[in-house]
Design a protein around this ligand. Structure first.
Ligand SMILES: [Zn+2]
Length: 63
């Protein structure tokens, strides 16, 4: 058997840009914030709100 020269064939890099996750909401598009009420700002719980960094898309906004 003849030795076949090992040729390195570079695999084509498929362009598959993975969208960067929003660092604020970790890609969920939502952020939980503590809700305070009253004059003493007593924490009554957490509320989920729209992430204002990515506007709910979960992806880091492109520059
Ligand atoms: Zn976000």
């Amino acid at each position: 058997m003849s030795a076949v020269a090992a040729r390195k064939t570079p695999e084509p890099v498929t362009a598959d840009p993975e969208p960067a996750k929003c660092p604020v909401c970790k890609g969920t598009g939502e952020v939980s914030r503590t809700v305070h009420v009253g004059r003493k700002h007593r924490a009554v719980g957490q509320q989920t709100g729209l992430c204002l960094n990515c506007l709910g898309s979960g992806e880091a906004p492109a520059e």
